[in-house]
Structures are given as structure tokens and as C-alpha cells.
Ligand binder design. Structure first.
Ligand code: ATP
Ligand code: MG
Length: 180
């Protein structure tokens, strides 16, 4: 297979089916095998019992992960004012910009950022800005359902996870090691 060296791209994983964050994790695993560095910036997700937080420790130093959210927005036991979620999302954005500019990472994963836009915690222009400042050798991965049309247009690779079946439909709750 022909190789084109160190060409970064914008990848979008969206859709209502399961597998968006998992796909980004798989990418990080593959890239680590080539000594490439990945950082996961988790918009919305807090420092909860996600398997990827500890799993990624095993891929240190190639892969890093930073939970930057304050938990689920508007569901379950969310008792935080929306302003608190907005503030966390804005801080995550600022960190993303700094990290992209640092050129320290080959892959920057903006996990659930599309949901942050959908929930109006940040603006689609904020995501477009991150895409615009991307150095050519850096890959940006944008995950989350309901990706904005403009982000899809700007991307090089877009995969929509289509839900065919999900155990949730049968009332099966999320499973450790599979869902988190
Ligand atoms: P994963 O993190 O498993 O790759 P995802 O990133 O595609 O999933 P999100 O929209 O981020 O999915 O949802 C996060 C959580 O919701 C995960 O625990 C996931 O299993 C669950 N989930 C994903 N799709 C569905 C669905 N269609 N119905 C119910 N729960 C879902
Ligand atoms: Mg996800």
C-alpha cells in the first residue's frame, strides 16, 4: 500500500448508533503502535468510572486522556446549572486550541464535542475555528451524535454510526467494559 507521510485529517464520527468514542479509542491504539501521540479531550464527560480512563494509562505516554466535563447534561442526576456545563465546555475549547497549537500530539480527539454544540454549550463556529487552526500534520477527531453540517463539510472522513439494534431497546442497561 502506498503511504503518504504524516498527513493529518479531520475525522468525524457521528450518528445515533453505538461506536463513536470506541472508534476513536481504536484509532488511538493503532496510532500508538506507530509511536504516534494522541490526546483525548472529553467534552461533557467527567472523571467517572469510564474504562478508557484507566485503559489509556496503559498506553502512556503515547495516549493521554483528560475528562473536562462536569457530567451528563440535563439527564439522570444532573443538578448543575447549564452555566456550569457551558463554562466547562468553554474551558475545554480553550485547552483544545492550546493543545492543537502546541503540535505536541499527532491526533487530538474532541470527544462528544458535537453534542456540546448540539446542546448549545458552545457554537459551531468554535469547532470550525479548531479545524481552521489545525496544522496539516495533525489529525482532529470530532465525535458525538448530531454533528453539524458545516463540520461534516469541512471533514475529510465522516462515518455515521447507524443504529440497527442496541440492547438498550430491550431495557438492558449499560455494561461495564462495553459501554463504559
Ligand atoms: P461508545 O462510547 O460505546 O463508543 P458512542 O460514543 O457511539 O458509544 P454516545 O452517543 O457517546 O455513544 O453515548 C455514550 C453512551 O451511550 C455509551 O454508553 C453507549 O453505549 C450508549 N449508547 C450509544 N448508542 C446508544 C443507543 N442508540 N441507545 C442507547 N444507548 C446508546
Ligand atoms: Mg461517545
Amino acid at each position: 500500500m502506498e503511504e503518504s507521510h504524516n498527513l493529518g485529517m479531520v475525522i468525524v464520527y457521528t450518528g445515533h448508533g453505538k461506536g463513536k468514542t470506541t472508534a476513536a479509542l481504536g484509532l488511538a491504539l493503532r496510532a500508538a503502535g506507530h509511536g504516534k501521540r494522541t490526546i483525548f479531550l472529553q467534552f461533557l464527560k467527567s472523571d467517572w468510572d469510564y474504562g478508557e480512563l484507566k485503559g489509556i494509562e496503559r498506553l502512556t505516554p503515547e495516549v493521554e486522556i483528560r475528562p473536562l466535563g462536569v457530567g451528563c447534561v440535563g439527564i439522570l442526576d444532573d443538578d448543575k446549572p447549564i452555566e456550569e456545563h457551558r463554562e466547562a465546555a468553554r474551558k475545554a475549547l480553550a485547552m483544545a486550541e492550546e493543545i492543537i497549537n502546541s503540535k505536541k500530539y499527532d491526533i487530538v480527539v474532541l470527544d462528544e464535542i458535537s453534542i456540546a454544540v448540539y446542546l448549545k454549550l458552545i457554537d459551531v463556529d468554535d469547532v470550525m475555528r479548531l479545524i481552521e487552526i489545525r496544522p496539516p500534520e495533525t489529525t482532529l477527531v470530532v465525535t458525538g451524535r448530531n454533528a453539524a453540517e458545516r463540520v461534516i463539510e469541512a471533514a475529510d472522513l465522516v462515518t455515521e454510526m447507524k443504529e440497527i439494534k442496541h440492547p438498550f431497546q430491550k431495557g438492558i442497561k449499560s455494561q461495564k467494559g462495553i459501554d463504559y
